[in-house]
Design a protein around this ligand. Structure first.
Ligand code: GAR
Length: 199
């Protein structure tokens, strides 16, 4: 049986789209069974609906606390029989209590070469701004397992991307997505889904 994947999102969902598009080609050992957002307005939810994938919205504000938010997430994931969680632009940190429930079953895509420009406070365009401020000539993306340390889990895959003269955070973000994230994430999701299928 295919590994049931939940993709957790907060925003535009281009990485979700890359996963959807990879189904049946790169991604064959797993299937996207659920998309969960912590933001009711996320365009990623539209992408899921267009692809016929069930969606759920879990709002921290409505849950009242981080603990209640994570309990609700667990409920939703378990109701859909999820075996692998993919964080694809999920802009909230999950506690060690949550991640410990899914050992080697949560992966995340981060838009830099970890251990550079990562950890708490480094997300989205801020990561690219930090790379440009530092003046590095090469950046990239990393897919890693998620544990209790933000961006601290074992690395699964990385791809380097060159910075160009005149790059802005926006142009760099786009190039890192096109050349690295949208390629690496489906490949990593397949690798982990296949390993879980055999386990
Ligand atoms: C992606 O660049 C992803 O790597 C990053 O947010 C963007 C989401 O875009 N994630 C982080 O910064 C997590 N620390 P998307 O919604 O279009 O996939």
């Amino acid at each position: 049986m295919k590994t049931k994947i939940a993709v957790l999102v907060s925003g535009g969902g281009t990485n979700l789209q890359a996963l959807i598009d990879a189904q049946g080609s790169v991604l064959t050992s797993g299937e996207i069974a659920l998309v969960v957002s912590n933001n009711a307005g996320a365009y990623a939810l539209e992408r899921a609906k267009k692809a016929g994938i069930p969606t759920a919205v879990v709002l921290k504000k409505e849950c009242g606390s981080q603990q209640a938010f994570e309990e609700k997430l667990k409920e939703v994931l378990s109701a859909h029989g999820i075996g692998l969680i993919v964080l694809a632009g999920f802009m909230t940190i999950l506690t060690a209590d949550f991640t410990a429930c899914y050992p080697q079953r949560i992966i995340n895509v981060h838009p830099s070469l970890i251990p550079s420009f990562c950890g708490e406070g480094f997300y989205g365009l801020r990561v690219h701004q930090a790379a440009l401020d530092y003046g590095v000539k090469v950046t990239g993306a990393t897919v890693h397992f998620v544990n209790g340390i933000p961006d601290g889990g074992k690395i699964i895959a990385q791809k380097a991307v060159y910075i160009a003269d005149g790059d802005t955070p926006e142009t760099l973000q786009r190039r890192v997505m096109e050349q690295a994230e949208w390629v690496l994430l489906p490949q990593a999701a397949e690798q982990v889904s296949a390993a879980l299928q055999k386990a």
